[in-house]
Unconditional design. Structure first.
Length: 225
């Protein structure tokens, strides 16, 4: 099996680029952030503080989370319910960012991610895929862009979806998230030594996807199994 690990900060375009690249390669796209979001949603549904490790840890034994694929699209199943849409709210984003530093939450989701990569050719994105989850991935990419460009993209995304936004606030939030992601004790966001750095600040989506595919071809010598 071939695994392509894509890590990087929030707003670098990881999921969009990874999804398109997976389509082109005929690989399964695995968005691991969705798993943290599902755990975050579960804690909100239980009415507990997602950042309170003492309450969250014992509840993990009641969480059943899995990924299914319908027409190539990843669906997240939480305790039998498809929560793929519910996990995209701001509340759940926040809950995911609060549960994700808890080591027991990370180890709870660890084997699920590894098992998917054992059974499929994957493009997997997250924060610790190349460093922790799939350290032997054939291709590792650290995808980034300047904070200003990432904030600009997020700002226009919000405006286009009819949400009022202020560029300065978006930039400030993003910098805070970068700080949290890179400074947490367990599995902090960092570039794996053998990851290719891909800065998409000046690239369009199409250019980024093409660059990624070229890196994959170079690294695998065009041989994908
Ligand atoms: O990529 P995302 O915004 O959907 O991720 C949701 C949260 O989960 C975010 O706070 C980072 C965290 N996360 C993580 O800690 N490790 C991963 N492999 C993926 C996401």
């Amino acid at each position: 099996m071939t695994a392509i690990a894509i890590d990087g900060p929030a707003g670098a375009g990881k999921s969009t680029i990874a999804r398109k690249a997976a389509q082109k390669l005929g690989f399964l796209y695995v968005d691991t952030g969705a798993l943290y979001r599902a755990v975050g949603l579960f804690m909100l549904q239980q009415g507990v503080d997602p950042g309170d490790a003492h309450t969250v840890i014992p509840l993990l034994k009641s969480v059943s989370v899995s990924l299914e694929y319908r027409e190539g699209e990843q669906r997240v199943i939480l305790c039998g319910e498809d929560v793929s849409d519910k996990i995209r709210t701001d509340d759940v984003s926040l809950a995911a960012s609060r549960v994700s530093p808890i080591p027991e939450v990370r180890s709870f989701l660890f084997s699920l991610q590894q098992d998917i990569a054992k059974a499929n050719n994957v493009v997997m994105d997250g924060r610790d895929i190349g460093t922790v989850v799939l350290p032997d991935a054939q291709v590792k990419i650290f995808l980034t862009a300047s904070a200003e460009e990432r904030a600009r993209r997020r700002y226009f995304q919000l405006i286009h979806s009819g949400v009022k936004a202020n560029y300065g606030d978006v930039l400030q939030d993003l910098k805070q998230r970068d700080y949290n992601d890179t400074h947490r004790a367990v599995s902090p966001l960092k570039r794996a030594d053998d990851a290719v750095l891909m800065d998409t600040t000046k690239d369009s989506l199409g250019q980024s996807v093409a660059r990624l595919i070229r890196i994959v071809e170079q690294k695998t010598g065009g041989k994908i199994s």
